[in-house]
Structures are given as C-alpha cells and as structure tokens.
Design a protein around this ligand. Sequence first.
Ligand SMILES: [Zn+2]
Length: 75
Amino acid sequence: MKITRLFLTIVLFVVLSGFGNTVDADDVYICKGKGSKRYHYKKDCRGLSRCSTKIYEVSLSKAKEMGRTLCGWED
Ligand SMILES: [Zn+2]
C-alpha cells in the first residue's frame, strides 16, 4: 500500500509539473527599448540582440495587449 501511495504522489507531481510547463510555454520576451513593438519566443532571438534595455518576460496575451506583434526573425 505504501508503494501505491508513493506512485500516486509521483504521478501527481508529474501532472502538476506538466501544467507549470504549459503556462511557461505562453511566455514571450520583449524589449522595452525605444521603438520596440515586437515580442519574441526565444530569448536569444536575433531581434533581441540589438535590445538596449533589459529583456522582459511576459505572457503572450500581455504582449498582445501591449500591441506587440511577432518578431520577423521568428520561425
Ligand atoms: Zn524575435
């Protein structure tokens, strides 16, 4: 019975971790430099290499709310 409980704990942990990853997948990166109107999926994107400010991580919906569009360098 102890083994069953341990197994259920592991399953629960994996499921919860999975949900966490799903939320993270919706995060995008933005630069707040002058004239920056794009968002990026990759932190090391070419479009962000010229960024003069700190790179901020925001949710995709938030980026769209800010009027951002997907960067031209993204796939
Ligand atoms: Zn980009």
